[in-house]
Design a binder for this molecule. Structure first.
Ligand code: PEP
Ligand code: MN
Length: 405
């Protein structure tokens, strides 16, 4: 039935973009903040729908070609960046520092493997965070609770109830900051071959931000909010709004896979997200934790190989290895190194390729993750407002370990 035949239902008349937006609106979205003012939120969403696309379809297609190389065994993927980007870091020096660092780590992967290395930053949109609890105790008043920090696109991390009230205007600021970051990312492309570019990625989480940035391309709807988008561990249910977004856009996409994912879940995800079997379209980002990966990953890999669609297998050694030491959120290097090695062993044993890493990292010399050998860990330079990141030396250690496993 062609568009405009004048008799169809809304779904028939809709453009691909309207269809994706409608599918998102019709489904339940988990992990959305309790926005205090629905009218203001709706206004921001319409405003975002009228603003220019942040990314272009050509850029998305270029990354899709790089992802196809990764899927075919000619390349490795490095995804990395902050757990939560900050608005005040959308300034030239900071962005340049992050991009240079990612390029350096990708060059290390290239040199160490003899393969192409595709670098994708957690950048230009990593402003929304899912949380295990929507509230946390207010440090200033015993017994009082305040909203958890949900990323700069939602609220301010300062630990007081007023700062933590979600503000829809922040979604517009997230767009503006992402645009600044992307401008600098593109500037870093000049004079570089296509394979040495850094692309951008974020968790596609906040529906009123993602939905208006679904745009029309020549090849169908795509997310003009990013090059690569992933769906988090907490929002990957098959009938949810986030899956409707990821299935409806043609960008390369990823899904986090943690301990609660069954083989059937994962097979269903691969079929929903890669029905045409396009190499590189879908990455599964495994984050089981060092203790469980050797036990939980084999049945997933077998099931996908037998019944699923083609996927790129990535290891996120961060999110299954979080611990608290002296009240501080951290991760032990030894656990992360063990998860990377076990991940690679399992994939290789099943005749599949460990295709790369998804890391939380920073170019700054922070102490947020620590070696397990430290008996009295201290955190002299802890800056993350969310999860602990690797410093440059720690990132290089993990990548080297991945390469010579
Ligand atoms: C993250 O990548 O910061 C994150 C929240 O991951 P996950 O969805 O795997 O918990
Ligand atoms: Mn994180």
């Amino acid at each position: 039935m062609s568009a405009g035949d004048g008799r169809g239902t809304a779904a028939v008349r809709e453009s691909p973009v309207a269809a994706v937006r409608a599918a998102m609106a019709a489904r339940t979205a988990r992990q959305q903040p309790s926005w205090p003012d629905q009218a203001a939120l709706d206004r921001v969403e319409s405003e975002l729908a009228d603003l220019p696309a942040l990314t272009t379809e050509d850029e998305v297609v270029d990354l899709a070609r790089g992802m196809a190389l990764v899927a075919e065994g000619a390349g490795l993927l490095l995804q990395g960046g902050d757990c939560a980007e900050r608005f005040h870091e959308a300034v030239l020096d900071v962005i340049r520092h992050k991009v240079d660092h990612l390029q350096g780590l990708a060059a290390m992967m290239r040199a160490g493997s003899g393969l192409a290395a595709v670098a994708v930053g957690r950048l230009a949109g990593q402003y929304g965070k899912p949380r295990s609890s929507p509230f946390e105790p207010d440090p200033d008043e015993a017994g009082r609770m305040m909203a958890s920090y949900c990323g700069d696109a939602v609220n301010d991390p300062a630990p007081d109830p007023v700062s933590r009230v979600p503000d829809p205007r922040r979604l517009r600021t997230a767009y503006d900051c992402s645009q600044i970051v992307l401008r600098e990312v593109r500037r870093s492309w000049y004079g570089k071959p296509l394979q040495e570019r850094v692309y951008v990625a974020h968790e596609m989480l906040l529906v009123p931000y993602e939905r208006p940035l679904v745009r029309a391309g020549v090849r169908g709807a795509f997310s003009a909010a990013t090059h690569f988008g992933w769906i988090g561990e907490r929002t990957r249910e098959l009938d949810g709004a986030h899956l409707a977004l990821a299935t409806g856009v043609h960008n390369p996409v990823g899904v986090k896979v943690g301990p609660t994912a069954s083989p059937d879940d994962v097979v269903a995800l691969t079929r929903a997200l890669n029905p045409d079997g396009i190499p590189g379209r879908l990455s599964l980002i495994v984050r089981h934790g060092a203790k469980d990966v050797e036990r939980l990953l084999p049945p997933l890999v077998s099931a996908v190989a037998r019944h699923g669609a083609p996927v790129v297998w990535l290891c996120d050694p961060m999110h299954g290895n979080g611990i608290k030491l002296h009240g501080v959120k951290t991760r032990l290097m030894d656990a992360m190194l063990a998860e990377v090695a076990a991940f690679a062993r399992v994939l290789t044993a099943h005749g599949q390729r460990p295709a790369g890493l998804h890391l939380e990292l920073t170019p700054d010399p922070v102490t947020e993750c620590v070696s397990s050998r430290v008996t009295e860990p201290s955190f002299p330079d802890y800056r993350s407002t969310c999860d602990p990141r690797l410093n440059p030396e720690q990132s290089a250690t993990l990548i080297a370990h991945f390469l010579d496993r």
